[in-house]
Design a protein around this ligand. Structure first.
Ligand code: ASP
Ligand code: MG
Length: 424
């Protein structure tokens, strides 16, 4: 459980590019100063990432030193990236006459479990932060790190400073959690693929979750879970594009009830990092299916899509998709099972893409699948697999069709309107 207290305050989180060098740290200090000036009486808690590239540099150092870094020591090393930026920002704020203190996770007490390099937050103590706020200062908290019960430093997994920010906002009952990054917010699709991509003014937590796990990389998925569970209003915006201004810079991520409009489709996403594995000519029975998926689950393989196609007699081809990084494990596991499953063999296909349409409006509308298939048929794009949930429909297509599929679905579902360029 998170300890909660109420006061009028906001959390501002700045990502790696926003604090990428000293001049950018100075810019962040100005943004904090400007916010305080135009919102007197509102407390500000800042959460920072390490400078862009720093965590990667530290990981590389560790790997240069030993082949398999000890996770406890890796966490001690990785946590240093955020220690640098929080100290620099606090210095700068003090210089500007804004009292400020940097705080590392053990000082706040951001308590986590002891799963090094992928720890989960269990509890946040608010006392130190509230004390700093009462004194009129700006606490600057190191994101991404925590402290285990043993007193050891932990980290929350790559990209984890978003989680720190949202968890702090939940614990402190912040009015808003601002996530400052290098893009203007959440777009209706990837602007690099589709020139018609629009900056969205509002999306629901649930849509954001689907979009994040389907390829929109703007926020850490676990931070969106937190935001949804504790009803933390989030704003994602660019550090480099001036103040928050819906439609120009920033997207609200809110509870579904707060959405005025519920378009059928809010976003079109794409993912290129999955592999399709096909088990060929396997005698179809529920027992062989169970044996196949038991084998994969024992190796912790995450399976996304599944389909089965009859190839004559009682034989079927079973296809499934897995994350690229697990494709070797999945392939090994299935190869070992092929004899006992009495299948013909197994193949892997990596030239695929998963394209999805996402929208809470899909709950209230029928015919979305029909429109998706009609639209792709017009473009002569073959669909190899399909996966649906209440608010999304994903299709697997050959990679060469990915961009065309995204553009066609975007044109089909996303109403035309003002477009905003991706970079601020
Ligand atoms: N610095 C950490 C990383 O690069 C955490 C973060 O930036 O969110 O993964
Ligand atoms: Mg990030």
């Amino acid at each position: 459980m998170l300890m909660t207290e109420s006061a009028s305050l906001v959390v501002m989180k700045f990502g790696g590019t926003s604090v990428g060098d000293v001049s950018r740290v100075k810019r962040v200090a100005e943004i904090v100063g400007e916010y305080r000036e135009s919102n007197p009486g509102v407390g500000v808690v800042v959460v920072l990432s390490a400078m862009a590239g720093e965590t990667n540099r530290l990981v590389a150092l560790a790997k240069e030193c030993v082949e398999r870094p000890n996770p406890r020591e890796l966490d001690v090393l990785l946590a240093t990236g955020e220690q640098v930026t929080v100290a620099l920002l606090a210095m700068r704020l003090n210089e500007m006459g804004i009292p400020s203190k940097s705080l590392l996770a053990p000082q706040v007490r951001i308590a986590t479990d002891s799963r090094h390099t992928n720890a989960q937050i269990e509890e946040i103590e608010c006392a130190t932060l509230l004390e700093a706020l009462r004194e009129g200062g700006v606490p600057v908290v190191a994101g991404f790190q925590g402290i285990a019960g043993s007193g050891d430093i932990t980290t929350l997994g790559r990209g984890g400073s978003d989680i720190t920010a949202v968890a702090l906002a939940a614990a402190l009952k912040a009015e808003t959690c601002f996530i400052y990054t290098d893009v203007a917010g959440v777009f209706s699709t990837d602007p690099r693929v589709c020139g018609e991509a629009k900056l969205l003014e509002r999306v629901s937590h649930e849509e954001m979750l689907e979009m994040a796990s389907l390829g929109a990389k703007v926020l850490h998925t676990r931070s969106v879970y937190f935001a949804m569970r504790y009803a933390v209003p989030l704003i994602v915006l660019s550090t480099f594009a001036g103040p928050f201004e819906p439609g120009r810079n920033g997207t609200w991520i809110v509870n579904e009830e707060e959405l005025m409009e519920k378009p059928v489709v809010t976003g079109v996403t794409l993912r290129l990092d999955e592999a399709q594995i096909t088990i060929e000519a396997m005698p179809s029975s529920i027992a062989t299916m169970a044996a196949l998926f038991d084998g994969l689950s024992e190796r912790d393989v995450y399976i996304d899509m599944i389909s089965q196609e009859s190839v004559g007699g009682d034989a079927v081809n079973v296809s499934l998709t897995v994350p690229d990084e697990q494709s070797v494990t999945a392939l090994e596991t299935i190869r070992a099972l092929v004899p006992s499953l009495r299948a013909n063999g197994v193949t892997v296909e990596r030239d695929i893409a998963k394209v999805s349409v996402v929208g809470i409006g899909m709950r209230y509308h029928t015919g979305v699948a029909a429109r998706v298939f009609r639209c792709l048929a017009r473009e002569n794009i073959d669909v190899q697999m399909v996966n649906t949930s209440e608010i999304k429909l994903s299709v697997l297509v050959a990679r060469k069709y990915c961009d065309a599929a995204v553009r066609a679905l975007h044109a089909e579902f996303i109403p035309e309107g003002a477009t905003v360029s991706a970079k601020g």
